[in-house]
Design a protein around this ligand. Structure first.
Ligand code: GTP
Ligand code: SPV
Ligand code: MN
Length: 587
């Protein structure tokens, strides 16, 4: 426990509001966690899986109306509306507090308040930040204990400081009409009510490590980004790190854990996972950009994860993992999801809790946004630098989206500012990671549309400013698209492990070792410079996905112009100039 006055005062105030029957302080000990797991099994919140096949693994099902982030009910409650900006929902803070307190009042009656002290980033690292989450959900406690560094040590590091993020989570009745995820960046506070799902309630993740942290980063001169961090070791044993921003369910976990194609493995290439979702980046004493992963686990998309697509992820989930909304196999007490293998359970239970026969049913067994929560240390390719308090130096920043057409497999930006432009115009087809229609193309700057805690125009300006500070030590900026489709709607690029072929070109470019072809949007590889050895893909097919179509991009430029209008005079003049430059090159 702690004597920290600001903590005790706030908890006291929240206790009075929500009226718990009792309060449990989470100390991070295995014995405490184990008793919570047992309790969750008793109440049915958890199902204990086959402990021989999946030791210490559990299954949890959420309410059917509570299966993804709710962007429409997520608010940035800054004092001035303008500070939330045109891409966020805004609520006036006093009005928001009143509404949330009215919903939260008395909602812990008959329940327990769990107090979770956690660190985002290795405890005591200069990058790390501390949070306290209050919750009435054991599921949240057990997930937070995997996803963040939880326990007594956090109080020691915090001491009597007031610099910590307050998080109140109230499950209430999981009523979707009263569900709100509200952020008060100016008060270091997050309040989440009426949900019990992932990103809505594991407040250290998107709420703190992106929405609040992006605001802190702007004020303190660092960056909080929706990026994986990956180390690529070449046959000489040199490791280079890249950070990549893709929207939700667009391939971060997969790229972060990729297994090199056989031809690369034989040569001695290795890949090391530092993070799969969030990067906090600072300029180091050497002037380069250094990154840590503030998380301690992976909250990954289950469907599509299999022995071929992502064996490392699969292995990571074989112990100590919580599965959410996947299918259950009653015969052997294991779990299943679409795309795991061709043997769905005959005698199963689907993600909604109904009996399900995977061999005859056309219904899905697992929800498309079903997830695993797995400890980072389980990952066979976890980087030796994972816990490093100073992070890893970033050579390249990669943006990417899910686009059936228009965007080539890979291109390099012309400069840092041009790279910021490339990030700002990212567009991607929506996925099941958020509620709403799937497959709709939308602009998602830097994959941060749902996660930027302040005015996106100011966020662009912050990127430009970081580039000025980094100067010639700035990482090079690239864009990738694994998702171009042919006339039958099939993905053309094999993706997954084979994405290393593109990463190799990217790293070669960073070291001035590869050639490129200049196009209006930036530099694309000469097709011959992408290693296709061992791949069933012709040079002509590769050329077709490297091609930059001027007509398509002219339409794209007009659409970007429209999109940019949103930001009014908050749009940095540098980005306006980049757009004009693109238009001129397309003429
Ligand atoms: P969040 O956790 O929501 O932020 O998602 P993520 O960006 O980590 O996405 P993830 O790696 O879990 O991938 C989501 C989906 O994209 C899965 O269904 C994958 O099978 C698919 N996917 C990932 N990489 C590739 C790729 O290189 N090519 C193709 N075609 N699909 C991919
Ligand atoms: C995402 O949607 O980008 C996720 C899952 O990583 S959640 O934690 O629900 O935000
Ligand atoms: Mn994510």
């Amino acid at each position: 426990m702690t004597q920290n006055k600001s903590v005790l005062e706030w908890i006291g105030k929240m206790k009075e509001l929500v009226c718990p029957d009792n309060v449990v302080w989470i100390d991070g000990s295995e014995s405490q966690l184990e008793s919570l797991r047992e309790e969750a099994c008793k109440t049915g919140e958890f199902i204990k899986l086959n402990q021989e096949k999946l030791p210490n693994c559990y299954l949890h099902r959420t309410a059917v109306n509570d299966v993804a982030r709710v962007e429409g009910r997520t608010f940035i409650c800054s004092r001035k509306e303008e500070d939330a900006g045109p891409t966020n929902h805004w609520m006036e803070p006093q009005q928001a507090y009143k509404m949330l307190y009215d919903i939260a009042r008395g909602s812990y009656k008959g329940r327990t308040m769990y107090v979770i002290p956690y660190s985002m980033g290795p405890i005591g690292s200069p990058f790390a930040k501390i949070g306290v989450e209050l919750t009435d959900s054991i599921y949240v406690v057990l997930n937070m204990s995997i996803m963040t560094r939880v326990g007594e040590k956090v109080w020691d590091v915090l001491g009597d400081s007031n610099d910590w993020v307050r998080g109140l989570h109230c499950k209430c009745d999981v009523d979707p009409e009263k569900r709100y995820i509200c952020h008060f960046p100016e008060d270091n506070t997050i309040i989440s009510v009426n949900s019990a799902y992932g990103g809505n309630v594991l407040l250290g993740k998107k709420c703190f490590a992106l929405r609040i942290a992006s605001y802190l980063g702007k004020n303190e001169g660092w960056m909080a980004e929706h990026m994986l961090i990956l180390g690529i070791e070449n046959p000489k044993g040199e490791v280079k790190y890249v950070a990549a921003a893709f929207p939700s369910a667009c391939g971060k976990t997969n790229l972060a854990m990729l297994i090199p194609p056989e031809v690369y493995r034989k040569k001695g290439y290795k890949v090391w996972t530092v993070g799969d979702d969030i990067a906090w980046m600072r300029i180091g004493p050497d002037g380069r950009l250094w990154a840590i992963n503030p998380e301690n686990g992976f909250f990954g998309v289950a469907p599509g994860t299999n022995e071929k697509s992502n064996p490392n992820a699969l292995r990571t989930t074989q112990s100590g993992t919580i599965f959410t909304n996947v299918a259950y196999n009653k015969d052997d007490g294991t779990v299943w999801w679409e795309g795991l293998d061709h043997n769905p359970p005959k005698n199963g239970i689907d993600w909604t809790g109904k009996p399900w026969d995977g061999t005859t049913s056309t219904e899905k067994g697992a929800h498309p946004n079903s997830r695993f929560t797995a400890p980072a240390k389980n990952c066979p390719c976890i980087s030796p630098e994972f816990d490093s308090p100073n992070g890893v130096p970033i050579s390249a920043i990669i943006f990417g989206g899910r686009r059936a057409h228009t965007t080539p497999l890979v291109y390099q930006s012309r400069s840092w500012n041009n790279g910021v432009f490339v990030g700002s115009i990212m567009a991607s087809e929506t996925t099941a990671a958020a509620t709403g229609a799937v497959g709709v193309l939308r602009r998602d700057p830097m994959a941060m549309l749902p996660f930027c805690g302040y005015n996106m125009g100011d966020y662009f300006a912050h990127w430009i400013e970081m580039g000025e500070k980094l100067g010639d030590k700035a990482p090079k900026i690239f864009n990738v698209n694994w998702f171009r489709v042919d006339e039958n709607g099939k993905f053309i690029w094999p993706g997954f492990g084979d994405n290393l072929r593109v990463l190799e070109w990217i790293l070669n470019r960073c070291e001035g070792k590869a050639d490129a072809v200049e196009t209006p949007i930036g530099y694309v590889p000469k097709a011959e410079d992408i290693n296709l050895e061992g791949l069933d893909l012709t040079l002509d097919t590769l050329k077709s996905i490297l091609y930059v179509d001027k007509d398509e991009w002219t339409k794209e430029a007009a659409d970007i112009e429209e999109f940019y209008k949103k930001f009014g005079d908050k749009l940095p003049k540098e980005l306006r100039a980049e757009l004009e430059g693109l238009k001129a090159r397309l003429k």
